[in-house]
Design a protein around this ligand. Structure first.
Ligand SMILES: [Zn+2]
Length: 378
């Protein structure tokens, strides 16, 4: 038994999951022996469907909780009514004014707007709104240009909306640019496949189109991984089956025409080069954007701490603050927040902070007393 099949058997036995089945599910259904597909799942996922799948909600309240918070519910429903009122006004606005207003927004704002109502979705996803998306993208400093294989809403969704495209969990900053997807750490291990597994499935399940893999294998985007990490049996390249599936679909449309096939392989080679250059640009843009945002958050935290210290000093606590190491006070959960301090915010945190300072003072004085009264060692 080969090393690979032993590993697959082991995985099948320990997890009850057949890795080949998982890949086949992502690639589409098996073919009959005569090479024709038994059944295809829909090959075309429109950009709309991808973009308008909604990320999971951050938290769910139980019915009892909701009942207990009747007043909150009331204000929430008022808010929704208010929002609907605004949307109604948006619908009634002349288009040129609406577009002028949109031109100050960023791509994520436009995405959110497009998800708020059917009317706005239809408007923003129509061809006549392409300038809205383009202008929004231009409001983002340094973002690489729109790539050849995506439209503006798809690009905005990938670059700015931070949810995992596989499991839909809401916080996912991991963008796999080469696969045009966001993927959390859990989904990486379940959704990406090693080249051995991919070739294995291809040889057995998609034998008739195996030649496509040989023809363009150098132009299929992959991700490098650390060989000893992850479930890929020591291999250092992993693939994303939906991307491979697109190659196979394109190949099937032209495989009988040698001329078209040659042109297609050439096109794939050029596209791959362009794609990888764009991936490179996006990764470095995203990294520097991340650094900038981190610095901005740091600045907000610094300002917040300064304002809190001033407010506490104004009411006579400057002396006690001197006794708390700066690092400890900065890390206090009510201080260490990337949130500007408002009067309302101060009202809600001042009580717990004063209690914290009073407690600190009390235990400091107790300690002082113990030190003063303890006998001097001989
Ligand atoms: Zn996920």
């Amino acid at each position: 038994m080969s090393r690979r099949s032993t590993r697959l058997e082991e995985k099948r036995r320990t997890t009850g999951v057949d890795p080949y089945e998982v890949i086949i599910q992502q690639l589409g259904y098996e073919e009959n022996l005569d090479g024709e597909p038994k059944l295809y799942e829909s090959d075309s996922v429109s950009s709309d469907d991808e973009i308008f799948r909604r990320p999971k909600k951050r938290s769910k309240q139980s019915n009892e909780d909701q009942g207990a918070k009747g007043t909150k519910d009331k204000s929430a429903s008022q808010r929704i009514r208010g929002r609907r009122g605004i949307l109604q006004k948006v619908k009634e606005m002349p288009l040129d004014i609406l577009f002028e207003t949109f031109s100050y927004l960023e791509p994520l704002d436009i995405l959110h707007l497009a998800r708020t109502s059917h009317d706005l979705r239809d408007l923003l996803m129509s061809r006549s709104s392409s300038s809205v998306w383009r202008n929004a993208r231009r409001n983002i400093v340094g973002i690489p240009p729109l790539p050849f294989d995506m439209d503006e809403p798809q690009y905005a969704n990938l670059a700015f909306d931070s949810y995992c495209h596989i499991c839909m969990q809401p916080r996912c900053e991991n963008i796999l640019w080469q696969f045009r997807t966001r993927c959390c750490r859990n989904c990486i291990t379940t959704s990406l496949v090693s080249v051995s597994d991919l070739v294995g499935v291809w040889r057995t399940t998609y034998a008739r189109t195996f030649s496509v893999f040989e023809l363009v294998k150098d132009y299929v985007p992959y991700m490098s991984v650390t060989p000893w990490q992850g479930p890929w049996g020591g291999e250092d390249r992993v693939y994303y089956p939906p991307v491979v599936k697109r190659f196979r679909r394109e190949f099937k449309a032209i495989e009988k025409d040698q001329e078209k096939l040659d042109a297609w392989v050439k096109e794939k080679r050029e596209q791959y080069k362009g794609l990888m250059e764009h991936v490179e640009q996006c990764s470095s843009w995203s990294k520097s954007r991340h650094e900038e945002r981190k610095a901005e958050f740091e600045e907000v935290r610094r300002r917040r701490k300064e304002q809190i210290v001033k407010k506490l000093s104004d009411i006579g606590w400057a002396g006690e603050l001197q006794h708390i190491p700066d690092l400890v006070f900065s890390q206090h959960k009510l201080v260490h927040q990337a949130k500007e301090l408002t009067e309302k915010g101060w009202k809600s945190i001042s009580g717990p902070l004063l209690a914290y300072l009073a407690e600190h003072k009390e235990s400091r004085l107790d300690n002082q007393q113990i030190t003063q009264t303890s006998p001097v060692p001989e």
